[in-house]
Write a protein that binds this ligand. Structure first.
Ligand SMILES: [Zn+2]
Ligand SMILES: [Zn+2]
Length: 345
């Protein structure tokens, strides 16, 4: 079968690999129908993710059809149409029992990291019973691919951790796919204001279409003043950090209102200063975490009822044989305006 593999820093390739086999009785083999590329895949390519070794098939998002099931799989059978979660969960360990699937003692983020992933014609899914979700009839597959990772990430790590409430004021720093996923799901809670912050005009334009009430371009360097002005000098109740660099986290520290929540979503590779000298008396909360995907069943229902329409995040489509082109378009988002690129088999 064809698979997109990580070769070495800066390089990936489309190669032929054997079709994966059942290894554990809890495994399923899924024939992938659609997958996509995540910002994390670009991090792997930059060499930022040492757990992902050369030769690994990339990808942790997708929908497909079950091709084989192990003897212990009871919730699914061959031919079932399924959504693949980016997080594999044993369902039995202490962390899984408290819905912190990202910390599953034998699972977590495995796909396209420590085991072969979804950017291939077939993928082996460990703990299939608790890591796959049945796709309802007539559901939009394109929308559901967005539910493997980015929608639950924006929703759980941004909106739920950030305690977005009716009438509250929210700032989302970063208007990429994850920031936009937070924007889509924040609206479920009717905040009074959602201010989107980015350095790219194109992404801010998209944010306005997706329901932002105001946008702030932070490339001019006066984003703090603009946001404070927009909030009567109070700051925001929820600041969602969806970039992962020191400047954007420090922006959140400067605009958070007393009693507010800074919900970190971005993946940070650099030390960031915590300004306790200004925050110690402001009753704020800082939350962190990788997505647990406990909200996936809820998000599937919201897609079905059209309360959220994440398919609009897809800007480009490719066939698997053109996956390298898909990577270059996604990796050059500043020029191609790519948000999510769909890869179809
Ligand atoms: Zn991802
Ligand atoms: Zn577990």
């Amino acid at each position: 079968m064809k698979a997109l593999i990580y070769l070495c820093e800066g390089q990936c390739a489309l190669e032929n690999k054997p079709i994966p086999e059942i290894v554990e009785p809890t495994d399923a083999i899924v024939k992938v129908i659609k997958t996509t590329i995540c910002g994390t895949d670009l991090h792997i390519l930059k060499g930022d993710v040492p757990s992902c070794k050369p030769g690994r098939t990339l990808g942790h998002e997708g929908v497909g059809i079950i091709d084989k099931v192990g003897a212990a799989v009871s919730a699914f059978s061959i031919g079932d149409h399924v959504l693949i979660s980016c997080i594999s969960a044993c369902g039995k360990c202490d962390y899984c029992r408290s819905q912190m699937y990202s910390h599953c003692k034998t699972g977590g983020w495995l796909l396209g990291n420590t085991i072969d992933g979804t950017q291939a014609e077939f993928v082996r899914i460990p703990y299939a019973d608790s890591s796959l979700y049945r796709i309802p009839e007539c559901a939009d597959e394109n929308a559901l691919v967005m539910l493997s990772d980015i929608l639950p990430t924006g929703f759980e790590c941004g909106v739920l951790n950030g305690k977005v409430r009716p009438g509250s004021t929210v700032a989302i720093i970063g208007s990429g796919p994850i920031g936009l996923a937070a924007l889509l799901t924040a609206q479920l809670y009717s905040p009074a204001k959602i201010i989107m912050v980015d350095i790219a005009y194109n992404r801010l334009e998209v944010a306005m279409r997706f329901g932002a009430t105001t946008v702030v371009n932070s490339s001019h360097g006066n984003a703090v003043d603009e946001i404070m002005k927009l909030t009567n000098q109070q700051g925001v109740d929820t600041a969602i950090e969806a970039v992962g660099i020191p400047a954007t986290f420090e922006l959140c520290e400067k605009i958070i209102a007393p009693g507010g929540v800074i919900a970190n979503v971005g993946v940070h590779g650099t030390q960031v200063d915590l300004h306790l000298e200004t925050l110690w008396d402001r009753n704020i909360t800082i939350t962190t975490g990788l997505v647990d995907t406990h909200s996936t069943p809820l998000l599937i229902k919201l897609v079905q009822s059209k309360k959220i329409e994440p398919e609009h995040l897809i800007t480009h489509r490719f066939k698997l044989e053109n996956a390298l082109e898909a990577y270059s378009v996604f990796g050059d988002a500043a020029n191609t305006n790519a948000l999510k690129v769909l890869i179809e088999m």
